[in-house]
Design a protein around this ligand. Structure first.
Ligand code: FE2
Length: 198
């Protein structure tokens, strides 16, 4: 009996000594079990800056991925990329509405030449094909875009071309909105990922 009592006491003492640790570790263990690990924030987590809409936006543009206009010659341009949220999550079915001037620098304000919209796919990818826009007085080369998550707030912004001589003279130009350029056959390619606030 005495022996048994001794073991008991020893166990009690052990438990008492361990108690503070148990008490302090318990909440941590519980947290580790229930909390999601912090998601990795991608480099492009800053929301895409918004820009002035300009005077030439027209509602109800047609849904089309090819904005080329017959009889208008210019350098072909394929613009593509992704629409994601600030955590890098693709925004499926995001609207990408585009308008820009023709290679001579004129906007079609009567019809919908060089105006159209596409929807991002399930991976948030979008693409449209057009011609490299021209220049009009006071501005560097740019493409107007309105991007909107389903039921989200629209982001109105503009895309720019790297190394365009007009960039440095344009007060609206923002280097964060530069496309990454490449070529595909005789066409130019521009890629840009839009990051929308969730
Ligand atoms: Fe413009």
């Amino acid at each position: 009996m005495g022996n048994h009592k001794g073991v008991s006491r020893r166990r009690l003492l052990k438990a008492a000594a361990g108690a503070p640790f148990v008490a302090s570790l318990a909440p941590l263990a519980a947290m580790a079990g229930t909390l999601e690990p912090t998601p990795e924030i991608p480099d492009n987590d800053d929301p895409t800056p918004s820009q002035t809409e300009g005077p030439y936006y027209k509602r109800n543009s047609p849904e089309k991925a090819n904005l080329m206009v017959e009889g208008v010659s210019g350098t072909g341009l394929i613009v593509s990329g992704k629409v994601v949220d600030t955590q890098g999550k693709p925004i499926a079915k995001a609207l990408v509405d585009v308008w820009h001037c023709d290679p001579k620098g004129d906007y079609d304000n009567k019809g919908f030449k060089f105006r159209g919209h596409v929807f991002a796919d399930e991976e948030g990818k979008y693409q449209f094909e057009t011609v490299v826009p021209g220049l009009y007085p006071g501005r560097t080369r740019h493409i107007h875009v309105r991007v909107q998550a389903p039921n989200g707030k629209p982001l109105t912004t503009q895309l720019y071309f790297p190394n365009d001589p007009g960039n440095a003279r344009d007060g609206i130009y923002d280097k964060r909105l530069l496309m990454t350029m490449g070529t595909e056959g005789e066409k130019k390619t521009g890629t840009f990922d839009f990051v929308l606030r969730a």
